[in-house]
Design a protein around this ligand. Structure first.
Ligand code: ZN
Length: 437
């Protein structure tokens, strides 16, 4: 199994920290509004990664957090005339609905910052004790100068970063690159800390949740490429300071989503909320469109792409329906432990899902042929398709049918073979009505 590691910029053989186990953390949403489709790319990508590791037989622990303590939530609460907790709860609920609707809700742990305040105090205190952080007027900052390889993830050195940094008038910092671990707040929600009232910094929240759930290091840390700097860089800096490691052995980043070649933004008016997008396209179609591009590359949403994805989805579904009639669906259910070496070859190559989609279409062709002929391979092909599509997060409901349905099916085939299309259509309509065809 080979993974592109953003930390080293190399394709590396995956070696878990503990034999047979995978620990994985993916940065979740800041819950101050509805998530857009760009936020769903890491969700769908790492859902696929998670399911594939499980297919390989790993015991996987997957955590994705809610950033529910944040200045953006304080601002939203003020605007919406709600408390910060009400805002967070509202958008956590909305996000959980999105996960459900996109068929991505298999996440083992969903930590919230609000439940880790004591852990955050302890974490920051240790950084201060070790000289990696300093207090100034109720704020606590991380001392970047103490980390030799700061910039390792985003391939920038401290001098470049310093010259590129906007001149910061914040004279509370020793160095413009230093970032806040704790920030004094006067307005809105605040927590009592050893340094006064305030809220924790985002970069600290994620590291603390990771350390609390998994210990000092995990196998895989994932997120969108836009989180590389400063968020993930600063997570690494804190982990280097306290645990002398880069927090995760493998850092995985997915690319942006563009719409018709343009970056999504509110000002361009092409900013699509996940909950609205699902009304335009079926989740299966969205995922096929997504996985036709490798996760690390930018993804361009166009009507053409969705038309194509829709056709692929229909082809897969129709083939499975035919297989379902040809053999008993109950048989399919017992064959879902089937392995496929071609599929594995593609997935083991840093999750090459574009190749997997092409391979699925080959399987569909083979299945369709076999359904029309001997039917000896129907069970195997259909099972492989079901196993692979399940890992990609695609769902195909196959109805159970009775003797009458099977009778109708056979009559449809008979009339069709006899070229009596009028009669064939009568039975075809009956089968379509029951979602068998
Ligand atoms: Zn994070």
């Amino acid at each position: 199994m080979k993974i592109y590691n953003s930390l080293t910029d190399k394709i590396e053989e995956f070696k878990p920290i503990h034999e047979g186990k995978v620990s994985m953390y993916v940065c979740g949403p800041t819950v101050y509004n509805y998530v857009h489709i760009g936020n769903m790319r890491p969700v769908m990508t790492f859902d696929m990664v998670y399911k594939y590791f499980k297919y390989l037989g790993y015991n996987v622990m997957y955590a994705s957090n809610f950033t529910d303590v944040n200045p953006k939530i304080i601002a939203a609460a003020k605007e919406m005339k709600l408390t910060e907790r009400e805002v967070a709860d509202k958008f956590i609920k909305a996000y959980l609905d999105d996960l459900q609707n996109y068929n991505c809700s298999e996440i083992d742990k969903r930590p919230r910052v609000i439940n880790h305040m004591e852990d955050i105090f302890n974490f920051i205190s240790k950084l201060i004790d070790k000289g990696y952080a300093y207090v100034n007027d109720g704020d606590v900052y991380f001392r970047i100068s103490k980390i030799d390889d700061y910039g390792i993830l985003s391939n920038q050195n401290k001098d470049e970063l310093n010259s590129g940094a906007r001149v910061d008038i914040d004279d509370k910092k020793e160095n413009p690159l230093d970032f806040a671990l704790w920030r004094k707040t006067v307005d809105g929600e605040q927590f009592d800390s050893p340094w006064g009232k305030g809220i924790p910094g985002w970069h600290t929240e994620c590291v603390v949740m990771i350390n609390s759930i998994f210990g000092d290091k995990i196998d895989i840390h994932g997120g969108g490429v836009d989180l590389k700097f400063p968020h993930h860089e600063n997570e690494i800096a804190q982990s280097m300071a306290l645990n002398n490691n880069h927090l995760a052995n493998y850092w995985m980043h997915n690319g942006h989503i563009n719409v018709d070649g343009e970056k999504m933004s509110k000002s361009l008016g092409n900013f699509i909320l996940a909950k609205d997008f699902i009304k335009l396209h079926k989740p299966n179609v969205i995922k096929i469109a997504l996985f036709k591009t490798h996760y690390r590359l930018p993804l361009n949403f166009t009507d053409e792409l969705f038309n194509e994805a829709n056709t692929i989805n229909e082809k897969i579904y129709n083939a499975l329906k035919q297989a379902n009639v040809k053999i008993n669906m109950e048989n399919l259910k017992y064959n879902l432990m089937i392995k496929d070496s071609i599929f594995e070859e593609y997935m083991n190559d840093d999750f090459n899902t574009p190749n997997v989609i092409s391979y699925l279409l080959e399987l569909v062709k083979l299945l369709n042929n076999d359904v029309r002929n001997k039917g000896e391979m129907v069970l195997e092909y259909a099972s492989k398709i079901l196993v692979i599509t399940d890992i990609l997060g695609l769902k195909y409901d196959l109805v159970e049918f009775n003797d009458e349905d099977r009778d109708n099916y056979n009559k449809w085939l008979e009339y069709r073979n006899d070229k009596d299309f009028a009669q064939a259509d009568v039975y075809r309509d009956k089968l379509i009505q029951k979602n068998i065809l």
